[in-house]
Write a protein that binds this ligand. Structure first.
Ligand code: SF4
Length: 516
């Protein structure tokens, strides 16, 4: 016998009278759906009581039945709560945010991840080995805190290694890329104690585009406009996890930007896997194998021009754009725009042409240097962030020095340094010689030091200038030892210099002229 969608643990006596009354009450069915709006435990108890000839409210049988029902029904009839945790990039954050709104629409209650919840959803990443480990640690944490809760794993790691994840003790459901946005219907079907389910398909079959945006606080929103990637960088598993390049339409993106503005957010960060490739793909037809279909005449340059016209949004940032897709017209447009901030994040990955070739990147360092020089020529105050990977196979001391010297020479503002980690099913796995982990660690440290110096230099260069700062709410990382008892707020200048100051309610979500 099943209660809702989980097996009942009834005593033989309970089973007897339940099955008798269920059969009479629910037209001879032995399955009772406690989710059903037709089911009312109170009425059910009344019928049982009447048939037993008990009419007094204080009947001992009534207490017995109510006790059984509170055990049977409580987890089923109360609103199920769902807590989310996101690992990885801004794209994942925007998707989690949209998925959680969809789940709420289906009647579930949203909880914080640190709270007790009936269901925990982890939206995973698989860019580095750490992301895999983090996912395992989170599942263990949930197991310790709330062993009865359901655990659902989705996201890139879930698409890449569904079997491996299903073997993590405590995981109840693994959802691949195609099912990520259908979490609500899956968790309605799910019961603790069932064997772990996997709902996944080959990535070639994942062709749809799900528009998403985050609404964590009112200040800044991550808006997903593109997904997937057609490049074949030798270290990267993202194309296997997210599929071919495909995008939203400009009309949809603009509509979402208007909705975000209506919600009060003033800043939008455009996100995607390969943003500069915007314009490929369609929302409905199945894409052919190979590259995403370019069946629209839209492109990223047109997108940013149209977004610039949306009223209510005062700031846009481009989360990251490949150097070979960052055209002069995009740079020129940003330099003229009042809304697109003087801030670019451009992945370099290596400053050695030998390593760039082995990585199968689509540019050489000379092109990268040209892009940086042109940006700085038009916008000397522009902030430029750089992704770089250290310890890629074949990166000798000399080749690493090439990267270090190249980055040192560039007029850039900060680095995001990644340590290369071996990923299954990538071409880089076959490349030799492998760089020892201790060397990778040292290289990471030296580039992080360089990044610190670059950021200091960039900030110093603008000291004394008055720049517009959009302040957010309370800072989660308030350094209370520097200002004990003082609430802190943070904001960013147009060119991405972080400002921290004592909290002032009237500045939240406001742009304030600030002397650096
Ligand atoms: S451009 Fe290269 S690194 Fe970036 S997602 Fe595509 S394959 Fe991965």
């Amino acid at each position: 016998m099943w209660c809702g969608r989980r097996p009942l643990s009834l005593s033989p006596e309970e089973k007897d009278w339940c099955s008798i009354y269920i059969q009479t009450f629910f037209s001879n069915t032995s399955t009772i759906n406690f989710y059903s709006s037709n089911f009312n435990p109170k009425i059910f108890i009344e019928i049982v009581l009447k048939s037993k000839g008990c009419v007094q409210a204080s009947s001992p049988l009534q207490g017995e039945l109510e006790g059984v029902f509170s055990y049977l029904c409580d987890p089923m009839t109360k609103t199920k709560s769902v807590a989310f945790h996101t690992l990885g990039c801004k794209l994942n954050y925007s998707e989690t945010s949209t998925i959680s709104r969809l789940v709420e629409k289906e009647g579930f209650e949203k909880k914080e991840f640190d709270d007790l919840a009936d269901v925990y959803v982890i939206n995973t990443c698989s860019v580095t080995e750490n992301a895999d480990k983090e996912c395992r640690q989170l599942v263990r944490r949930i197991q310790r805190k709330s062993p009865q809760s359901l655990v659902v794993i989705t996201g890139c790691y879930a698409q890449l290694k569904p079997k491996e994840i299903s073997e993590i003790p405590g995981v109840d459901l693994v959802l691949g890329a195609a099912e990520k946005f259908n979490i609500a219907s899956h968790i309605k079907e799910l019961s603790k104690g069932d064997s772990t389910k996997i709902s996944s398909c080959e990535i070639e079959e994942v062709t749809g585009f799900n528009a998403s945006y985050s609404i964590n606080d009112r200040t800044r929103t991550f808006l997903k406009v593109q997904d997937g990637c057609d490049y074949t960088c030798s270290f990267c598993t993202i194309p296997q996890a997210r599929g071919k390049s495909r995008s939203d339409t400009i009309a949809n993106v603009v509509a979402n930007a208007k909705a975000i503005a209506a919600g009060g957010s003033k800043e939008i960060v455009l996100t995607g896997v390969n943003l500069g490739d915007f314009g490929k793909g369609d929302l409905t037809p199945t894409l052919s194998k190979g590259e995403g279909v370019k069946n629209r005449s839209e492109n990223f340059y047109e997108l940013i021009q149209q977004l610039d016209e949306v009223e209510g949004i005062e700031r846009y940032r481009i989360s990251s754009i490949e150097p070979n897709l960052l055209t002069n017209e995009i740079i020129e447009f940003v330099s003229r725009s009042k809304k697109f901030m003087p801030h670019f994040h451009i992945p370099l990955q290596s400053g050695s042409n030998t390593i760039l070739g082995a990585m199968r990147r689509r540019y050489k360092r000379e092109l990268y240097a040209e892009r940086v020089a042109y940006i700085k020529q038009l916008m000397p105050h522009c902030c430029i962030g750089v992704d770089v990977i250290v310890g890629f196979p074949g990166e000798t001391d000399d080749l690493f020095k090439e990267t270090f010297d190249f980055l040192h020479s560039l007029d850039i503002s900060y680095l995001h340094v990644f340590t290369y980690s071996e990923r299954d099913n990538t071409h880089a796995l076959a490349l030799k010689p492998v760089v020892p982990h201790a060397v990778r660690y040292e290289r990471n440290k030296s580039l992080r030091n360089l990044s610190y110096m670059k950021m200091q230099y960039f900030t110093q260069k603008h000291a004394g200038e008055i720049r517009p700062v959009l302040f957010e709410g309370h800072s989660k990382n308030a350094r209370l030892n520097e200002s004990p008892g003082q609430e802190i707020m943070e904001g960013y200048t147009d060119n991405y210099i972080k400002i921290t100051t004592p909290y002032r309610a009237e500045w939240v979500n406001e742009i304030v002229g600030w002397k650096i």
